[in-house]
Every structure is written in C-alpha cells, then in structure tokens.
Design a protein around this ligand. Structure first.
Ligand code: ASP
Length: 277
C-alpha cells in the first residue's frame, strides 16, 4: 500500500485586523527560515522574526499600556510541553524567554518582575521595544486622558490591536505553536490577554495545533483554542474553525493545523502566510 507522508507545513498570522497587504512580508519571513526537524523551533523562528519587525505588535513595536509602559505576552507549546511569559518588560524576544520557561525552569508560566528576572538569568539583556509608532500612540492617549485616570467607559474601549503574531507548525508529523503580543490597546498595566494562556490563545496536542488572535477577553472566556482543538477529527478543520470564529461578535482570528489540513480564518482582516516542504 502506498504511504503518502503529509508535507511539513508552517502557517503564520500577523494579527486580527492586520491587512492582507502584509501577506508578502509574511511570505518573505517564511522564505528566510531554514528548515529544521523540530516543530517547536519551526514555529518559534518566524515569530522571532515578526517580533523583530516593528510593523507587528510583538517584541519591537509592541503597543503601550495606558501608563506608558510596554508589557508583552508570549507562549510556546508542543505536544510535550508549554511555556509562557506574561507582562514581561524590556526584553527583545519574549517568545524565546517563553521557550526557556518551558525548557529551563520547573514552571510553565512566569509573569511580571519574575519573568524579567528569569530572562536576565537566561542571558537576555535590557532592550527597549518602543518605536516611533508606539510613542505616538502614547502621546495621543495621554492627550485623551484627564489627570491620568481611566477614561469614562474604559471597559468598552478595548478593541483588538492590529498585528499580534503567531505560528503553527506540523513537522514530520509533530505539532507546535508560538505566539507573541504587546496586547490590545488601550489596556491597563498588568492586563493579561489570551495569548500566554494555555487553551485560550494557544493549544497543541497529538491532533494538531491552534493559535488565536483578537480580543483576548472574549477568547479567554470561550477557551477558544482548546475548544477548536477538541473538535479536530469530528469534521473538516476549516468547518470547525469557521463555526467557532463566527460565534464571536468581536474581532477574532484563528490559524490551525491538523494531521492533513490547515485552516486560516478570521471574522476580520488577518494577514497570513503558509509554507510547505
Ligand atoms: N489576543 C491579543 C490580546 O488580547 C491581541 C491580538 O491578538 O490582537 O492580547
């Protein structure tokens, strides 16, 4: 009997609300990545490149909190482990620190000062991810804030920031995922989105890998990535993803990959690219 091995595939996104005009940039990023055998490495590599590109709201280019600080969330997951950092500050590549949490600490999540301290111990030096774009956002926000208090109706102001990044990979039949974000804007210092939370913004298991983007508060409440993962195998991956995303009234997007399919779907624009080999 003939045996057809599924091709290796990597799918990346540039965030809910990111324009498809960014697709060529994402394809370029994927084309720069040398193939390796490890699925987690292949999910992380494009995310590092997107963190380093100021276009995206992750690493360099992350959006500020309303107090002017920049706190970032990132996570990595493969079939045999998870690691994430929450509200980490002043590091260049949060996704690499998340990988170190997974591989070099006894924990799976580190947050705030503890995540920064851990990053320094792992050799990640001080880095300011601020860009002209993020400082302009801050200036505009400061003007609209009176006496540095919360604006009236703040609770309803969160709208998905563009350009969070994520990747899912299937390499030699193994699955992995990586995500990184500066969060949604505007937000309070200490706010945690879905991206660094297992089952919410990211989930990987034997059946596949799922990454979400969009309004984290709604994604978390629905445990979206795990919900989609759980349904893999019951019908086509695209149908599952579309059905779950269409339930949302706020911006949400998903990239997912299974044994023999991949799916990219959002209820808004979402830049994306896929490579297979
Ligand atoms: N989900 C991210 C968050 O809420 C933002 C995004 O994906 O655009 O932090």
């Amino acid at each position: 009997m003939a045996f057809t091995r599924m091709k290796n595939q990597i799918v990346i996104h540039g965030g809910a609300n990111s324009p498809s005009t960014l697709n060529p940039k994402l394809r370029e990023i994927l084309s720069q990545i040398d193939p390796e055998k490890d699925a987690l490495t292949m999910a992380i590599k494009p995310v590092v490149k997107m963190e380093d590109d100021p276009t995206f709201n992750a690493g360099t280019g992350s959006v500020p909190r309303i107090d002017g600080t920049i706190q970032m969330d990132a996570a990595v997951m493969s079939g045999d482990g998870f690691g994430s950092v929450i509200c980490i500050e002043n590091v260049k590549n949060p996704v690499l620190v998340a990988r170190d949490v997974r591989e070099k600490s006894p924990h799976i999540i580190l947050s705030g000062d503890g995540s920064v301290e851990f990053a320094r111990k792992m050799g990640y030096g001080y880095y300011n991810p601020e860009t002209e774009k993020s400082s302009n956002m801050m200036k505009q926000l400061k003007e609209s804030l009176k006496n540095n208090t919360l604006p009236e109706g703040f609770r309803f102001m969160i709208k998905s920031s563009d350009d969070t990044v994520g990747a899912v990979a299937r390499i030699n039949g193994k699955f992995a995922a990586a995500v990184s974000t500066g969060g949604s804007f505007p937000m309070l210092r200490g706010r945690v989105g879905d991206s660094p939370l297992i089952g919410a913004g990211i989930f990987v298991g034997k059946k596949g890998a799922v990454v979400a983007t969009g309004i984290g508060e709604e994604i978390m409440k629905n445990l979206l990535s795990f919900r989609i993962y759980e349904s893999i195998g019951t019908e086509s991956l695209s149908s599952i993803v579309q059905r779950e995303v269409d339930k949302f009234k706020v911006s949400v997007g998903i990239i997912a990959i299974s044994e023999n399919e991949y799916s990219v779907y959002a209820n808004t624009d979402m830049a994306n690219a896929m490579v297979e080999y």
